[in-house]
Ligand binder design. Structure first.
Ligand code: SF4
Ligand code: SF4
Length: 373
């Protein structure tokens, strides 16, 4: 019997014939639209797929994409990165975080540059690896600079549970977990963005369930379809959005039924609620303060909270973005990466000036890599 290979799992979702058939159906349905459809793909993972597979080029002119704020690296303000750098510079400290965060510019440096200077900064493959690091370094403070949307928050909650269950004394948390619905609200409320449909994030919805978008669909009268990350998934999501528009519906639908339900992962939601609560204010890079858009540790876990315990050494002043960087405007759906005067010249993935150029999920990064397709 033929052994199952990884590509067998995704092959059908990248099949060019299926993508072309969906493009034809989209073209037919799009002719019936009474107005152009401006679709915001909230999540950076979708931006990456759209650019990598050239989906933009397959669509009729009355369907356009607007790239959203759904990359946890892109939206992290410089002052939070300055916090991470200050923490990493304390004596006897190991600072751990996820992936690309170490490359994002703070006001004067990046975690990667601090590491090159000798600070102990470790990118984690999975948050749970911090347990082993803490046990092997019991004489050091080990700080988890926790980032991500609803997707990664349960992993942080699981680490907190393990720390408590095993009475580990040397791990502290600097929580930067952010929430999708308040960010979408902040983009829509000023009424400047011309968005009239949304592709909802995939991983976020696996945890929180598609129900979190229902108030948005009703308030802004926009269809929302939660789609998977493969090109066939995204094309199917677009078709469903057009069909909703043509039928005068503004609902939340799930195209990614193999992973997403309306209710989400209740166990993960419960674990988050045990340890974390919304914070009144959180500044998003380029967007500014969005009320109730992020989480923090509950007061009863203050003894684990690096922001409280080490508050004396954390810089307090807000920091402005590079004056030429328009990440904020891009994240609000008001500009495209190519509108930035330093795109691809002074700002490239190897030398990013702004956060949207750092991560694979950043709009500028995706345009730089695949924009010439
Ligand atoms: S973690 Fe997943 S759902 Fe969240 S922004 Fe990244 S790719 Fe999108
Ligand atoms: S190209 Fe660079 S500087 Fe311009 S908006 Fe994107 S990240 Fe910012």
């Amino acid at each position: 019997m033929k052994q199952l290979q990884l590509k067998d799992l995704y092959h059908a979702f990248r099949d060019p014939k299926t993508i072309k058939s969906l493009a034809l159906l989209i073209e037919k349905e799009a002719k019936k639209l009474s107005e152009p459809l401006h679709i915001m793909e909230v999540c950076g993972g979708h931006t990456h797929t759209i650019m990598k597979y050239g989906l933009k080029q397959l669509l009729p002119k009355n369907i356009t994409f607007i790239h959203g704020p759904g990359c946890p690296v892109c939206i992290m303000p410089k002052d939070r990165i300055d916090h991470a750098i200050a923490l990493a510079n304390m004596e006897d400290t190991i600072l751990c975080t996820l992936g690309d965060m170490i490359r994002v510019p703070g006001s004067k440096s990046t975690l990667a540059k601090e590491r090159a200077k000798g600070r102990d900064i470790r990118p984690l493959y999975t948050p749970m690896d911090i347990i082993k690091i803490a046990k092997e370094n019991s004489d050091k403070k080990v700080i988890f600079f926790a980032i991500g949307f609803e997707t990664t928050t349960p992993m942080t909650a699981a680490v907190i549970k393990r720390v408590l269950d095993e009475c580990i004394q040397n791990i502290y948390f600097h929580i930067n977990h952010v929430l999708v619905p308040p960010a979408v609200k902040a983009i829509m409320d000023p009424g400047k963005a011309k968005i009239n449909a949304f592709i909802g994030p995939s991983h976020v919805s696996v945890i929180s369930g598609a129900k979190i978008y229902e108030p948005l669909a009703q308030t802004y009268q926009t269809p929302i379809v939660v789609s998977g990350f493969e090109p066939v998934d995204v094309m199917e999501g677009i078709l469903m959005l057009i069909q909703q528009k043509n039928e005068g519906r503004c609902e939340v639908e799930i195209a990614y039924k193999r992973s997403v339900t309306r209710e989400g992962n209740l166990k993960a939601q419960q674990m988050i609620d045990t340890y974390m609560e919304p914070r009144a204010h959180f500044t998003w890079r380029g967007i500014g303060d969005i009320p109730n858009s992020a989480l923090r540790l509950k007061e009863e876990y203050a003894y684990l909270d690096a922001e409280k315990i080490f508050s004396d050494i954390l810089p307090k002043a807000p920091v402005q973005d590079h004056k030429l960087c328009i990440c904020g405007t891009i994240l609000q759906g008001l500009a495209n990466p190519q509108d930035c005067s330093v795109f691809g010249t002074s700002c490239t993935p190897n030398s990013p000036l702004g956060s949207c150029m750092v991560s694979d999920e950043g709009a500028c990064n995706a345009y730089y890599r695949y924009g010439g397709l």
